[in-house]
Design a protein around this ligand. Structure first.
Ligand code: ATP
Ligand code: ZN
Ligand code: ZN
Length: 839
């Protein structure tokens, strides 16, 4: 049998399967989706089986005159990937122009990345009579090392030997060459399943007691153990048993040697939620709107017809309840379900709601898990021990075999797009899985992305609507406060009069407030007040970020670090300093305005530690804070009954970013954060402070009016020729030499245009005509918004294309044409299909 293997070595020339002979002993074991160790050049590497065949293909590597190489060993008992996922990886590789091995590896937890381990043992020369003598006398150290290897009888990991005999690397190498040592390479996973020694009873309790009495009087301890095990026949961990009875492990091993008990390594899961119990909840009776949505989803799930639903439900309309009941239907059909939520809203509250409904049937995958925990959660899915998974983006790859439903909550979130290769969008991945498996996909949001909205308008997605909050609770009234007026009125504080009064009255009533500072860490740089100089990275065109704990300035892109200057390097002024993050300054001002106020601040500074995010939210829920103050993090998915005020300090900071999605992001953020107020019995109120109160993203958010926003924004997008009316592929080139970079970037654009013309892309017009009329347009090259990172200049070009005909193939061809240039000059080209960030 021949296995077609994608080797996990993502370099040029390996983006295709290689043929390997499967040895007879593995024939029944190797399947599509198996992970195998295969020889590749001088090394043994990890690979994925993507196909099986009887005969090697004609052009296969190693076929013809050369002998086929053989699969070295199989890495897992069960294949970690399913044939469906292998297919999906192929689709990803084509769609997002990434290496197939990168797509395959992205589907597995990091723990399943095997790495080669070198081992040595005694070789033929050392065994030959007088063999060693020929190599002359050895020093004591050398003799000791060789003795150590000889005594261990098997193969020893080189790494382990070097720990014990530091500096012997060269010697080991020499001995391997001389045949004194034999060498082998094996692939080992970085992470192993956690196993503990467990004691099992081998005989019936009666027999055990009998045998206990036969033991000599001196074996008092052993008898004690036997009696205990006879009384408690369930398997028990060795450590637990020894500490319980205060005996040594040796005592128990003695019994095992006599065949009375059995010691075995048993796999234990690292369950991050093991010490938590979740209150079980039952389905709520649905509202009229909820049940309409629910029955639509059920119909698709029951008939296993793949449907893409867009659920537009206002904040607090009870989308989560609909998700859960739909999932229940899916489980009742014997199928499995995936729930995707943005990383940031994968809060304990969200987990609790699903664990509370589905109990041990739920696995949770998020980035705050350790590699080991993540691996164990993943194994629960892979082994079919759970039927629901809730997780961030990568949970879209959960290795379910009977997928029935995928839910994507807050589908508009840009974090569903992965920024590094493979640069996939979870929404598209879910759709592709749905097409392959018949599963339906529900995209839920109070503020759908315009891409999804347009798809619903065109009938590609089925639109479901929930326009009311449950139990007729009103959406909170939003008051837009013009900060220019405040300034004219003499108020220089960052709090307007109405917001100040609002917070004050909440403090008096013992209710809670959420305050949002709409900023993405732009204010953490060091600036000179006299001349405006800001400290920038010498290797990247970006400001350095100030870190308060160490008073160092650091570059986020390359890690360059320097101390904060005492005087301005430009003008010599001493007024150069760090002016505090936005949130810190808001916190200080709050303390000044409301003495004794308890502020819980949630931003990058306060949430770096593991579990910090969770801790702060719990504190807030337990009412240990009057105000929850933070960045974007406070806007998503929180549901606190006593929050009756939401304040946005400055609504428009994002509007000025050079990104065609900036209005959309502003509208989404304002609407989402406004939705945190008055979700339960107490009515809520929202204040949005802004310098551009007339902007439609602000006014539409003020009226909770998605439709008005969408209408206006779509008009802008049509005129500008932006998604959803076209699709984009961003190609970024980078090199240390500007001249070469510019030249190559221009050549790239020309190449793309030529290819489009050659392929006769319908209606491709090079120069004339409006953008909308063109089926494919190549823009650029221009310098990237961040023009230099790590001393490499960056240029970008953009392919805009219309219609359903994907342009990926064309871009792939163009990029391939530059393979040789890239190899020779170390120029890099990266491609981002459907980019979310245009940096
Ligand atoms: N049918 C129902 N009857 C009573 N209460 C309900 C019902 N459905 C949902 N709820 C409650 O309404 C509140 C809001 O629901 P939920 O959090 O699911 O809204 P959502 O649409 O997901 O909101 P958001 O988009 O703001 O996160 C929750 O406290 C939930 O328990
Ligand atoms: Zn200065
Ligand atoms: Zn830098």
């Amino acid at each position: 049998m021949i296995a077609k293997v994608i080797v996990d070595v993502p370099v040029k020339g390996t983006n295709r399967p290689f043929d390997y002979e499967v040895p007879a002993r593995y024939v029944s074991w190797v399947e599509v989706g198996s992970r195998v160790a295969v020889p590749f050049g001088p090394r043994v590497v990890q690979g994925f089986v993507v196909d099986l065949a009887e005969e090697p293909s004609e052009d296969a590597a190693g076929s013809g005159s050369r002998k086929l190489k053989t699969v070295d060993h199989v890495l897992d008992v069960e294949p970690p990937l399913t044939p469906e996922l292998v297919e999906l990886a192929q689709w990803m590789s084509r769609t997002y122009l990434c290496h197939l091995s990168v797509a395959l590896a992205a589907m597995l937890p990091a723990a399943l990345k095997a790495k080669a381990e070198r081992r040595v043992g005694i070789g033929p020369e050392a065994l030959r009579d007088g063999g060693l003598a020929e190599y002359g006398l050895m020093t004591t150290e050398e003799t000791e090392l060789l003795e150590h290897i000889r005594r261990s009888k098997g193969m020893l990991p080189v790494e382990q030997l070097l720990e014990r005999f530091p500096g012997s690397e060269a010697l080991l190498r020499q001995w391997v060459r001389q045949g004194i040592l034999a060498e082998e390479q094996v692939l080992k996973d970085r992470m192993n399943v956690k196993k503990v020694l467990t004691v099992f009873a081998c005989l019936s309790p009666e027999e055990m007691l009998l045998r206990g009495q036969e033991l000599p009087a001196s074996a008092k301890r052993q008898r004690q153990v036997l009696e205990y095990v006879a009384d408690h026949p369930d398997p028990i961990r060795l450590t637990e048993l020894t500490s319980l009875l205060d005996v040594t492990a040796g005592t128990v091993k003695g019994l095992a040697d006599k065949g009375l008990v059995r010691l075995e390594e048993v796999e234990v899961g690292r369950d991050p939620y093991a010490d938590r119990s979740f209150k079980r909840t039952s389905p709520l009776p649905l509202t009229v709107e909820q049940s309409q949505v629910f029955s639509n989803i059920c119909r698709a799930v029951k008939s296993a017809t793949h449907t893409m639903f867009l659920l537009h439900g206002v904040t607090g309309s009870g989308k989560t309840e609909v998700y859960m009941q739909s999932i229940q239907t899916c489980l009742d059909e014997g199928k499995e379900a995936i729930v995707l939520v943005p990383e940031i809203s994968l809060t304990p509250q969200m987990v609790e709601r699903f664990k509370g409904r589905f109990g041990a049937d739920v696995a949770v995958l998020h980035s705050r898990l350790s590699n080991g925990e993540r691996y164990d959660e993943w194994r629960k899915i892979s082994a079919g021990r759970v039927r629901v998974v809730i997780g961030a983006r990568s949970a879209a790859f959960a290795p379910f075999k009977k997928l029935g439903l995928v839910i994507i909550d807050e589908e508009h979130e840009s974090s569903y797009k992965q920024e590094e290769s493979p640069k996939y969008h979870a929404r598209e991945v879910a759709a592709a899985r749905g097409r392959a498996s018949g599963a339906s996909v529900v995209l839920g949001s109070a503020t759908p992305s315009l891409e999804s909205w347009q798809a619903a308008v065109q009938g590609k997605y089925k639109l479901l609507v929930m326009a009311e909050r449950v139990e007729g609770r009103p959406l909170p009234p939003v008051r837009i406060v013009d900060m220019r007026q405040e300034l004219y009125g003499g108020n220089r504080s960052m709090f307007s009069k109405p917001l100040f009064e609002g917070i004050k009255s909440r403090l008096e009533k013992g209710e809670q407030s959420v305050l949002l500072l709409n900023r993405r860490g732009y204010s953490t740089f060091v600036m000179c007040r006299s001349c405006g100089y800001t400290a920038g990275c010498p290797h990247c065109d970006i400001s350095l970020t100030y870190h308060q704990t160490s008073s160092m300035m650091r570059c986020h892109y390359c890690g360059y670090t320097e101390r904060q200057p005492a005087v301005c390097p430009e003008c010599g002024s001493e007024h150069i300093r760090y002016f505090g993050t936005g949130t810190q300054r808001v916190e200080e001002e709050l303390a000044k305005l409301f003495p004794g106020i308890r502020v819980i601040r949630m931003d990058v500074d306060t949430t770096t530690e593991k579990g910090a995010h969770e801790k702060l939210l719990t504190q807030f829920r337990q009412k240990k804070g009057d105000v929850l103050l933070g960045t974007q993090m406070v806007a998503k998915g929180l549901d606190f009954p006593d929050v009756t005020l939401v304040g946005v300090i400055t609504a428009d900071t994002m509007l000025n970013l050079p990104d065609f999605r900036s209005s959309e992001r502003t509208f989404q953020l304002l609407t989402q954060v406004a939705g945190r107020a008055g979700r339960h019995h107490l009515p809520g109120e929202v204040f949005v402070q802004t310098y551009t109160p007339e902007h439609y993203s602000v006014t539409a958010a003020g009226g909770h009016d998605f439709h008005r926003f969408a209408e206006q924004e779509l008009e802008h997008r049509v005129r500008g020729g932006y998604p959803p009316f076209c699709r984009l592929i961003l190609i970024t080139l980078s090199h240390t030499e500007l001249a070469l970079l510019v030249k190559t970037s221009e050549a790239m654009v020309n190449r793309l245009k030529a290819l489009a013309r050659e392929e006769g892309i319908p209606g491709f017009i090079e120069e004339a005509g409006g953008a909308q009329k063109r089926a494919l347009d190549v823009l650029g090259p221009v310098a990237s918004p961040i023009p230099r990172i790590k001393d490499r200049y960056r240029f970008q070009c953009m392919v805009k294309y219309r219609g359903d005909q994907p342009a990926s193939d064309l871009v792939a061809q163009a990029v391939e044409a530059f393979d040789e240039v890239c190899r020779q000059t170390k120029l890099t080209i990266s491609v981002d299909v459907d980019p979310q960030v245009l940096m």
